[in-house]
Write a protein of this length. Sequence first.
Length: 386
Amino acid sequence: MFTRTGIGEVSLAEVRATAQEQAAATDRDATFPEETLDALRRSGLLGLIVPAEFGGLGGSVPDMITVAQELSRDCMSVGMIFAMHCQQVRAVVEHGSGSLRAAVLPRVARGEIYVASVTTEAGSGGHLLSSNAELLSGRSTLHLDRFAPVVTGGAHADGFLITMRAPDATSPAEVSLVYADREQLDATVVGPWNPMGMRATHSVPMKIVGDVPDDQVVGRHGEFRDIALRTFAPLAHLGWAACWLGTADGALTRTVRLLRDERKHRDLSSELLLRRLSRVRQRLDSVHALIQHTSRVWAERPDDVLEPPVQLLLNSVKLTASEQCLLAVDELVEMVGLRHGYLRDSSLGLERALRDLRSASLNYSNDRLHAGGGALVLLDQDVHHV
């Protein structure tokens, strides 16, 4: 079991040190943090969420949240790479067949497989629950032919979880989830990655073609919606929120250290300064409390996860964290001013944190999430909080 006081903490410190060393260069060049991924492989943390029976650390979702949050203090891209990998692995753990789990999970635990997600599709606007790319079923194989405009870490992944329209589906909403090893595919990067922030995620467009055994479908054909609502979306929202919070926590930590180091030249009793610091901490404490509460509800009430109040809470953790963490860092920039807050070469790294956090509301659009949430509100007319 991963614990913050056991070997996991030592491993995490080593990974964080590597991420910190690489952060400036990978952000500048929009390149994937290969050395940090190697450190994650050696640490065993790629297998954090893998059950002990398969050689993993047997960690929990709260453990995943802790590690993603800590990694993001130094580099939000690294935190997101880790959190999204864990999301994919958890889907295999909970919904994969016995043969698929036995084939994949021990290799994940040994650090041999970093799993990337292939869920985006041109023209869908990031809609998770539909696909126009048809999965073709042969005698004992499944044929994949898929273009995805955004695949986080795809050029460096050893395995992929891929959404496609189920064989013989009558609707784009009948989606299947399939696991594929890289060696089973022709996986080609077909375009550049040059974004404002999150540059080290190297979320490139890819063309993926190949054939896999039909027992590599995760769950039942056409029923990805259930996997998405029970596992994919909750872990995405909790993992992303942890990364956003970790990024803002790191920004506040560095800022407070600067203020204390410069206390001879700064008026630390300034009411404006103190009010701003208090507001920033209030935002981050609120997000932290919401993440912790939501993770407990999701873990303790699995039978209720499809109910409107629980779905609204899961949406709220993503919406709230994406908004409040960005506002917190923006306030820090305003507080420390041009030299420390706005310049790219400032040791505080607030400029990079701000660019990275600007992606949060776009990473599955808040507008789309609010539209779905509004429909859920209408179903919960008596307003049941969980």
